[in-house]
Design a protein around this ligand. Structure first.
Ligand SMILES: *[C@@H]1O[C@H](CO)[C@@H](O)[C@H](O)[C@H]1NC(C)=O
Ligand SMILES: *[C@@H]1O[C@H](CO)[C@@H](O)[C@H](O)[C@H]1NC(C)=O
Length: 352
């Protein structure tokens, strides 16, 4: 993008005189032609002399105009000749550079990534944009003042959906053109923390399993990273026991056919998977407490409770029947009713 500047007025092309022709004027020409930015002005018919009209002289753009016809100027009226035809040399914006402050490209959910986008120096303030590939709108936008050529672009509170390829670009304020995209940085967001739960015989209390009976602990995760393995860790006062199963499905069940005291403790799941030549390990699930107890105790306890309850209910029923019978037997007199309204007790019955 470089050459002699000509404008089309009244069906005729004509030139612009390079008297007072500067970079701000050239910037508007480059912008209007979508040629990027003014690299230099070329006065004095650098790109050879034209023929026909010299339309304008003393063009005085502020540099922010979108088209040259918005700039102040004087009609040439024969003052300049084609020896002073103005020219420009434009340049496209160089691509910025994206860097990441952390040396690692894998992150855990909830963390923040600090990118730095660096642009070459321009006299204008610059807007920086961080893009994720496949997403049309920028994820982060940051304005730099005209002395800054780099900004930090922070992607906070990472989720697994943030995993992907990132690049930045910039735009000079007041200019419609984007710079080319920067280099690409890939980030990986660590896999989900698994969920854990267990199944035991329905007669066992919540949090308990019956000795000698079976119970199952299930670990589950999101299916994004298949092909890994689940690790179940039992934490006991006298040590840790680990079990591992391949994750053929997004959830796997660890079966314990014969619950014993040695199965008591806190169970945690984690998910381990390899991709991109690296091993990723999820965070551990919430601990799940499991206690083992003798099921023999429970029927005895239940029958004790049931017989106790039956005894109390029967006694109450007898008492109520007796009371109703007593009330029916004694009809209250006028005096009794009055005294009942006063203190609402049966003590007045004794007056008779
Ligand atoms: C980023 O990931 C894409 C897609 O997975 C891959 O094609 C590209 O080579 C990666 N780029 C870098 C710099 O790692
Ligand atoms: C645990 O899993 C095994 C095998 O899948 C099954 O036979 C058993 O009934 C399960 N136990 C409970 C308490 O769900």
């Amino acid at each position: 993008c470089s050459g002699r500047v000509e404008v089309f007025i009244g069906e005729r092309w004509g030139t612009v005189c390079s008297q007072g022709w500067d970079l701000r004027d050239a910037a508007v020409v480059c912008r209007e032609l979508d040629c990027g930015f003014a690299f230099t002005t070329r006065p004095g018919a650098h790109y050879s002399r034209s023929i026909g009209e010299v339309w304008w002289r003393n063009v005085g753009c502020s540099g922010d105009e979108f088209t040259l016809d918005l700039c102040e100027r004087t009609t040439n009226d024969g003052v300049c000749s084609h020896n002073e035809d103005a020219g420009v040399e434009c340049t496209k914006l160089p691509a910025p550079t994206l860097t990441m402050q952390s040396p690692f490209s894998a992150y855990s959910a909830g963390e923040a990534v600090l990118f730095t986008c660096t642009a070459p120096y321009w006299r204008h303030p610059i807007d920086f944009y961080l893009y994720k590939s496949g997403v049309d709108t920028p994820l982060v936008t940051q304005r730099a003042d005209f002395r800054q050529t780099r900004v930090e672009l922070t992607l906070s509170d990472l989720e697994t959906s943030h995993q992907g390829s990132y690049s930045c670009l910039y735009r000079l304020q007041g200019n419609p053109g984007n710079s080319p995209s920067s280099n690409i940085i890939n980030i990986t967001v660590e896999i989900h923390t698994p969920q854990i739960w267990y199944n035991a015989s329905p007669t066992a209390r919540p949090g308990w399993v019956n000795r000698g009976q079976s119970f199952n602990v299930t670990c589950s995760t999101q299916p994004q990273y298949p092909g890994g393995s689940f690790q179940l860790r039992l934490i006991r006062p006298n040590g840790t026991v680990r079990h591992s199963l391949p994750a053929l499905t997004p959830f796997v069940t660890f079966s314990f056919p014969n619950a014993q005291a040695s199965n008591e403790g806190y169970y945690c799941c984690l998910y381990k998977v390899q991709f991109g030549g690296r091993t990723f390990v999820s965070r551990e699930s919430q601990p799940l407490a499991i206690n083992v107890r003798d099921p023999v105790l429970s029927p005895v306890l239940i029958s004790l409770l049931v017989s106790g309850l039956t005894f109390v209910t029967a006694t109450c029923a007898i008492l109520i029947v007796a009371k109703v019978y007593c009330k029916r037997a004694k009809k209250p007199t006028e005096l009794e009713r009055e005294s009942r309204t006063v203190d609402n007790t049966y003590i007045a019955l004794t007056i008779k």
